[in-house]
Design a protein around this ligand. Sequence first.
Ligand SMILES: CC(C)(COP(=O)(O)OP(=O)(O)OC[C@H]1O[C@@H](n2cnc3c(N)ncnc32)[C@H](O)[C@@H]1OP(=O)(O)O)[C@@H](O)C(=O)NCCC(=O)NCCS
Length: 142
Amino acid sequence: MLPEVLRIQAEGFEKGNPEVLVKYSKSFRDIFYVIKSKDKIVGYCIYYLKPVLSLKGFEKQSVISSIATDKNFRGQGFAERLLRSSIKEMKVNGISSVLLYVNINNLPAIQLYKKIGFREIKQVENICGQKERCYELELRLV
Ligand SMILES: CC(C)(COP(=O)(O)OP(=O)(O)OC[C@H]1O[C@@H](n2cnc3c(N)ncnc32)[C@H](O)[C@@H]1OP(=O)(O)O)[C@@H](O)C(=O)NCCC(=O)NCCS
């Protein structure tokens, strides 16, 4: 499935680098979800787990590092379905919150995350690209 995921990543992110995605996925032990339409992969969502210390002790947080839909299949609800089922499974696996970063100019993605219930935590620089501003968004699951 990796070649399909990398193809969708390349068309979704101008500065997306397949080697970086593969390298980080290995070191962070990323989890990949894909969504298919008639046996064809049309979208993916990648996340990794991060322990966070809270008042209740250590909690499991997931960080979505990349999500994209094949250009020809956008606007048909695939990303929303993929994200909702990924989040459902994260909840079953005891994850307490989901974090992600989105460029402040990426309106389709921001709309998607807001629709699902993500809330803005803060604005940060240099995470979505050098000198680019992005929102840190969070969805609490518990
Ligand atoms: C962002 C992205 C993943 C959305 O994928 P998609 O499969 O087209 O999204 P969906 O069809 O599931 O849309 C779900 C919701 O997202 C929002 N949305 C999606 N595309 C939108 C657009 N072009 N403009 C505004 N809102 C949009 C809407 O709220 C939509 O719900 P609605 O149809 O009820 O209005 C897709 O545009 C993409 O791959 N972009 C390039 C990669 C990227 O930017 N990834 C996110 C990085 S943080």
